[in-house]
Each structure stands twice: as structure tokens, then as C-alpha cells.
Design a protein around this ligand. Structure first.
Ligand code: HMG
Ligand code: MG
Length: 313
């Protein structure tokens, strides 16, 4: 399936890096009964064959809080690693980073939020305390030459405290960057952002952190994710987090629906002539397989639109 029209629009980036978060951000939200370790491994191995260069495959958090990710060490151990792909793990603290090192993750990601209330509910501490925890977590990662990514949730709105001031996002973002995160992923966790809000937030953040060091992590609750991503592309952001089949939500943000679907984003980027190195046909096949395995409707309109022409199911 080819939807390319080159060259890309003159005001948009030529190239974008997709960060696939489905095996972590997506599956952490599925009922545990649907998830076997073998299924996760199969999903990651299929994604690895699609041209993606970065896949978040594990999460070393408390299994009491997120039991879906309790087998992360085994997943990291048993996937078939392809050269050129960075397999990442989400880590809330020093203990998580140690487990990720033990499991030979290629990089780790720490996570906080722009909202105090969300941070309390998600990781049981204040924003300041979360940053303090990250100091030792980042230090040990650096000792082992592991790149550290940072996430900030609720960058345009919080399910508990409402609107978020872009300056608050900028402040947390600057702290994470100064602490040594190579890239900060900005999460519209509840998916309530609209393009203008996203642009204002990015403008505030970009005063402190280079735009080349930022990523967009948008959820699609109100169908705004692609429009928001386009707005971010216009601001020159070149990294996008996506989740195969639109899996996801957030266990600590009730009402939030899935992450933006990888295949929807890729379809748009291909159409804009923006290079990603990822193959849409392969992803659509993975998406169909995944939805069948999880016994859920297809999460992406792209897969539905093309299924009769290209997919053997
Ligand atoms: P806590 O209860 O405040 O902390 O949890 P604690 O230090 O007192 O530890 C409690 C228990 O957790 C202890 O075990 C620790 O050993 C254990 P116990 O003595 O009770 O048996 N523990 C750990 N176990 C495994 N791995 C660890 C770890 N650390 C402590 N790393 C904590 C604090 C952060 C651990 C907890 O709140 C937690 O795990 N929360 C889970 C948060 C989470 O995973 N949320 C979803 C991911 S974030 C997200 O999806 C948003 C994002 O996608 C961006 C967006 O969309 O906006 C990134
Ligand atoms: Mg998320």
C-alpha cells in the first residue's frame, strides 16, 4: 500500500521518527486475562519487522499498581532483537532503572506530569518529589550508558485539575532536560487538546528546550490527535509516539481513550511525503492480528479502509 506524495510540504519536516509505545502504553491498559507473555513477545517481534526504530516494550513499575507489566523482564529476555532498533523500558525510579539494566533494555524513560494531582495519582508523589527520585535513577542509567527519555503527562489538560498552564509544562520540561533526558515526550494524556492549545504549549516549552529534543504523545479521546500532531509538525517537532491499533488509555486518567494509532499517523505522514522508514502494509497486518487476538474492533480506520484490498484474514 503506498500513499506517498513527495516531496513533503515545505513547512513540514522531511523526516519523522515514530516511537511505538503500544506494547507498554497500550497493553498496560488491557485486562490482564488477555495478556500472555508469549502474546507480548509475538507482538513486539512483528512490530520489529515493520521498520520501526524505537519500541517501548516494558515497564518496571510496581506490579501491584500495574500488574499487566509484571512480566517485563521475561519479555525483554525473549524478544528477538533486531539491530538498529532501540528497545525501551519505562522506569519510575532507581529500582526500575536497575531492573531495566538487568533486563538489557537499550534505553529507559522516566515519567512525571505537569499536574500535581495527576502525579499523586499516577506515581504517588509530588512533581518535585518525582524529579528528586529521577536524580538517582538517571545517574545509574548514565553510569551504564543508557539514554534516558522523559515523559510529561497532562500537558494541555488534567482529568482532575482541568486546564494546565503552558509555563508549568515548560518548567517541568526544562528540569527533565537539565537533568539529562535526551528527549522529552509531551503527553496529552486525556486527549482533550486542540491544535491551538498544542501550539501554545509547544511555544512555551521551546523557549527552554530545543524543539529537536521534544516528542508528541497524543491520545485520541476527542478525535483531535492527528490535527494536534499536524500542528506540532508545523512547529517542527519531528518525533511522534504512537500505539499500534490505537491501543491504550491511561489507568490513572479515567475516560481517556487510546493513544493515536500508529497506522493512522503513518498514513498521514506517507501522504505528506514525510519519511519514516516504516512500512504501512506491515503495520496494518500487525494491527489486524492484534485486534483479533484481543478480540476487539479494529482501532484504526486505515486498517478497515484497506482490509479487503490488502489483508488476508
Ligand atoms: P509507592 O507505593 O508510592 O512507592 O509506589 P514505594 O516506594 O513505597 O513502593 C511500594 C512498593 O512498590 C514496594 O513493594 C516497592 O518495592 C515496589 P512492597 O514493599 O509493597 O512489596 N516498587 C517497585 N516494584 C517494581 N518496580 C519498581 C518499584 N518501585 C517500587 N520500579 C511507584 C511508587 C512509582 C512505584 C508506583 O506508584 C507505581 O509503580 N506506579 C505505576 C505508575 C504507572 O506505571 N503508570 C502508568 C504509566 S505512565 C503513563 O502511561 C503515561 C505516559 O504514557 C504518558 C502519557 O500518556 O501522558 C508515560
Ligand atoms: Mg500514554
Amino acid at each position: 500500500m503506498s500513499t506517498s506524495s513527495t516531496p513533503s510540504h515545505k513547512n513540514l519536516p522531511q523526516k519523522v521518527r515514530l516511537v511505538e509505545v503500544g506494547p507498554r502504553d497500550g497493553l498496560q491498559n488491557e485486562p490482564e486475562d488477555n495478556l500472555t507473555t508469549q502474546f507480548k513477545i509475538e507482538l513486539i517481534d512483528q512490530l520489529s519487522r515493520s521498520g520501526l526504530k524505537q519500541i517501548e516494550v516494558a515497564s518496571f513499575v510496581s506490579p501491584k499498581w500495574v500488574p499487566q507489566m509484571a512480566d517485563s523482564a521475561e519479555v525483554l529476555d525473549k524478544i528477538t532483537r533486531r539491530s538498529g532498533i532501540s528497545y525501551a523500558a519505562l522506569t519510575p525510579n532507581h529500582k526500575g532503572v536497575q531492573a531495566a539494566i538487568q533486563g538489557k533494555a537499550d534505553q529507559v524513560a522516566v515519567f512525571s506530569a505537569a499536574s500535581e494531582e495527576f502525579t499523586q495519582r499516577n506515581i504517588n508523589c509530588s512533581i518535585a518529589e518525582s524529579l528528586q527520585r529521577f536524580e538517582s535513577a538517571i545517574a545509574i542509567a548514565k553510569q551504564h550508558n543508557l539514554p534516558v527519555r522523559g515523559y510529561i503527562s497532562t500537558v494541555v489538560g488534567c482529568p482532575y485539575s482541568g486546564d494546565i498552564n503552558p509555563e508549568q509544562v515548560a518548567s517541568v520540561c526544562r528540569d527533565l532536560f537539565d537533568m539529562g533526558c535526551y528527549e522529552i515526550s509531551l503527553g496529552d494524556t486525556v486527549g482533550i487538546g486542540t491544535p491551538l492549545k498544542v501550539k501554545r504549549m509547544l511555544e512555551a516549552v521551546a523557549r527552554y528546550v530545543p524543539i529537536t529534543q521534544l516528542a508528541m504523545h497524543f491520545h485520541d479521546t476527542y478525535g483531535q490527535a492527528l490535527a494536534n500532531i499536524y500542528a506540532g509538525l508545523e512547529e517542527s517537532v519531528t518525533v511522534i509516539d504512537t500505539s499500534i491499533a490505537g491501543l491504550g488509555g491511561c489507568p490513572y486518567a479515567h475516560g481517556a481513550s487510546g493513544n493515536v494509532a500508529t497506522e493512522d499517523v503513518l498514513y498521514m505522514l506517507d501522504g505528506l511525503g514525510i519519511e519514516t522508514g516504516v512500512d504501512l502494509d506491515s503495520l496494518v497486518k500487525v494491527s489486524h492480528w492484534l485486534c483479533q487476538e484481543l478480540n476487539r474492533p479494529n482501532g484504526s480506520k486505515v486498517s478497515l479502509a484497506y482490509s479487503s484490498e490488502t489483508i488476508d484474514i
